[in-house]
Design a protein around this ligand. Structure first.
Ligand SMILES: Cc1ncc(COP(=O)(O)O)c(C=O)c1O
Length: 433
């Protein structure tokens, strides 16, 4: 570590009151930026283990440390810099909403569009701002034109809301949803791509797939499936709820047709934020979910016709992106992978422990599921909460009965070890009667 960095960290950590005041006023962003500058040139895998650096990130969140939150897969807290900005925008918009919100804050959405597009490598004119992944994916799913008898294919591990959306189209439009099983954990991503290919029929008109599956953490081969689908003229709709903010990718490399995500998960933006990417040549013919003045317009904004919208939430996405880039996308991915390995490598030394995803960094990042043979996952979740105030969830899928463990950048290695110790105690002694 450089002298300037150590001196800077010592100074900011020791000057108690003053540093607290700085943290409150800026959310500690300047300390993260300084720490990041010192990390320049350090390989992400090495940076992932630098506890001085991650100490800065941990302090940027004002969270409840009386619990250990290993359920960031549901929804994530925002760091102070984002939360403070969100509250500031709310205060401003409330002064005279018809002026301060509509006239001054709402145009900030265009900056969000540009920043998101730059982050994921697409044209801003392909980027619609939504309230979450559900809204984004439903715009994609309901806007496609189908004939009765047309088929859409997806796995039996895709998210329930996207499944119910197709089910509604089955009832209204006479389409058919075909779900196929996938091996868990798979040998590798290419094996998964073959499953998609084998399930395409002459009636297949769309493919829905997750970029990262929420119940296992497995990363799916989006590019390979897109190549297979596009050779047959089939569009691919990607549910990226867990991938954006965890994995590093560019839309042009994925080459999918639609990509929806929430931003209140891994980007740590305010709750009620998401985006939908629509490939340029698909915008014109895609129906908006809520009617637009010209539903056949070649304008991505037609997918944002929800009426008066929450400008404060949307504008604070700007701060979330600044925070994300201040950490560094590669560094964040490497840290989440490191935290996952820290518990998974220790627990898998025990014969009764099973995992439901592949641990390689190209196959999963921070989300992973784990179980102990002979122990009911829901009972284990209750035990971890009641005895240790460790918060996680049980997955109850027909093929996956396990605990989903999802730390975040604010999670300390010590917290991970407390979870691992608690699990080892159960492996040794079982659950209390
Ligand atoms: C894979 C997947 N898709 C979509 C969603 C929906 O996200 P949201 O409720 O933010 O719309 C989730 C939420 O957990 C998810 O895990």
């Amino acid at each position: 570590m450089s002298f300037s960095r150590r001196a800077f960290l010592d100074r900011t950590m020791k000057v108690g009151g003053l540093s607290a005041a700085v943290t409150l006023s800026s959310g500690g962003l300047e300390r993260i930026l300084a720490a990041s500058r010192d990390m320049e040139g350090v390989p992400p895998e090495e940076a992932a283990r630098d506890e001085l650096f991650w100490g800065q990130i941990q302090q940027a969140f004002q969270i409840d440390r009386s619990i250990i939150n290993l359920n960031n897969g549901g929804v994530c807290p925002s760091p102070a810099v984002v939360h403070e900005a969100f509250k500031r925008y709310l205060d401003v918009q409330n002064m005279t909403p018809s002026l301060w919100m509509w006239r001054y804050l709402s145009p900030g959405k265009e900056m969000v569009r540009r920043r998101l597009a730059e982050t994921v490598g697409c044209d801003p004119e392909e980027m619609a701002i939504t309230r979450n992944a559900s809204e984004a994916m439903e715009i994609a799913q309901f806007g496609l034109e189908f004939e009765p008898g047309d088929e859409v294919i997806t796995t039996d591990q895709d998210y329930p809301r996207m499944i119910t959306t197709w089910r509604q189209r089955e009832l209204r439009d006479g389409i058919k949803l075909c779900q196929f099983p996938v091996p868990t954990p798979p040998g590798n991503k290419l094996e998964l791509a073959r499953h998609f290919e084998q399930n395409i029929t002459p009636r297949t008109r769309a493919i829905l797939m997750c970029h990262m599956v929420n119940i296992t953490g497995q990363i799916y081969p989006v590019r390979e499936v897109c190549d297979i689908a596009h050779r047959r003229g089939i569009p691919v709709l990607v549910d990226g709820a867990h991938a954006f903010g965890q994995t590093v990718f560019k839309m042009r490399d994925l080459d999918c047709d639609y990509y929806g995500t929430s931003l209140h998960k891994w980007l740590t933006a305010p709750i009620g934020t998401g985006f939908l990417f629509v490939k340029r040549d698909r915008i014109k013919d895609h129906w908006p979910l809520m009617a637009a003045a010209d539903p056949k317009a070649d304008n991505i904004r037609k997918f944002e016709e929800i009426g008066t919208h929450p400008a404060a939430n949307i504008n604070a996405i700007n701060e979330a992106l600044v925070f994300y880039h201040a950490i560094g996308a590669q560094r964040k991915a490497a840290r989440l992978h490191y935290l996952k390995l820290r518990w998974a490598e220790r627990l898998t030394r025990h014969d009764r422990v099973y995992l439901r995803c592949n641990l390689d960094p190209t196959e999963s990042v921070g989300v992973a599921t784990v179980g102990i043979e002979g122990i009911e996952p829901a009972a284990l979740v209750s035990h971890l909460w009641n005895k240790y105030r460790i918060h996680c969830i049980a997955i109850g899928h027909k093929d996956i009965r396990a605990l989903r463990i999802t730390p975040n950048v604010y999670t300390t290695p010590r917290e991970i070890d407390m979870f691992t110790n608690a699990m080892e105690d159960v492996i040794k002694n079982g659950l209390p009667a």
